[in-house]
Structure formats: structure tokens, C-alpha cells
Design a protein around this ligand. Sequence first.
Ligand SMILES: [Zn+2]
Length: 231
Amino acid sequence: MDKKKIKIPVPKTRRTWKINPVTRIKSSGKIYDRHRQKAEHRETLPPPPEDALPGGRKREAGFRFCPKCGASLALKKMNGRKRLVCSGCGFIFYQNPVPAVAAIIPSGEKIVLVRRAEEPLRGHWCLPSGFMELNETPAECAVREVKEETGLDIRVKELFGANIARDDPRTQVVLIIYLTEMVGGELQAGDDASEAGLFGPGDLPGDIAFATHRRAIAEYFGGVNEQNSGS
Ligand SMILES: [Zn+2]
């Protein structure tokens, strides 16, 4: 065999790139470096959109990012109202009040109040109340919240009132207040109530949380007093 005829394969020279293909793909947006992206993201966080209040004051609109796609939200005027609109997908993030239910539970001359075990306004007293859950009627919410906070079983008698509450720092609330009737159970504080007690118009605690609760209690006892004085 003629050695000269043996061909030794020459290894192909490694291909070189002016731009690393990974970099090329990254810069083309196909692959994202998560750390770089996060760092850049932090630097570019927009200030939260601000809503103008009367008197030229500003207030944070509460949300910065779209809950659907994560792009930043901006306030846009739509039909005379400012709405949070997503700059990415156009989602309109409507800000609506949250329904909550409170119960007036009479017992003789008195009504049941509970002491708040949680913030906001921990230690203050209020009507047994709470936020409505999905797939729950307002009356079911009243029965559930009263059971959780007071141990009492109630029956909803009639709608006492409904009003907007702007003094809850968590959210704007529509409070639905029912006049109810105690039908069972034993008064015992539970869930997010640290105490439960009976109070009449002459011995109401001084620290009652939320204007809507104070107004409803005053209206209830005012109505009771008017009925008594009229008879
Ligand atoms: Zn979006």
C-alpha cells in the first residue's frame, strides 16, 4: 500500500461568527436572559399612574401592571372617567367597589357588636360584617359572617340600607346592611372578631369602625327611639 495515498482527514476548522449565535438569538428576542431582563425591568419600572384629586392633589391609582399580560398600566380618560388601560394588550382594568354585608342583630333593647381582631382598625367595634365571596348571595354572606364572628344563627328579615364606604383603606366598599333576627347559637367571638357583645344606645363603645356602621347603628337606635317615643 502506498502510504502517500492515505488521506488523513483534516479536521474542519471551527466555524467562527462575528456575533455569537446565542447573542444573536438573544438580541433577536427569541431567548431572554432572565437576570438581565429582571434588572432592566426594575430600572424601567414606571411610577404608578396618578389620579388627580380635587384641589390639585394626586393619588396613586393603586395598580401599575396589567393583571393579564404584565405590561404597564396608564390612566386614560374614557367616557369622562379615568381608567387604567394596559399599554400592551389594551385591557381596561376597571376599578369597582367591593360588596360587603353587615348585620344588625337585635337582642332586647340591644344589638350585637364585635371587636375587630385584624387591621384595619383593630380593636374597634363594628357590626358583624364581611366581604362577599364569589357565588354567594348577600343574605348568605350575612348568615355566614355572623356565624363566623359571633357564633349566632340568624335569619335575614329585611334590607336596612346600602351605602358606599370610602373610609376602608383596603378598598372602596358597597355595604349592604340587613336587619336580622337571632334564631340560635351562642354569642361567642370567633374568626376575625376578638370580642362580641350586646350594646344599647346608652352604652355604645366610643370607637366604632367605619362611618357606614356608625350611621346604620345611629339610624337603627334612632328609629327604635322614635317608635318608642311615638307610642
Ligand atoms: Zn395587558
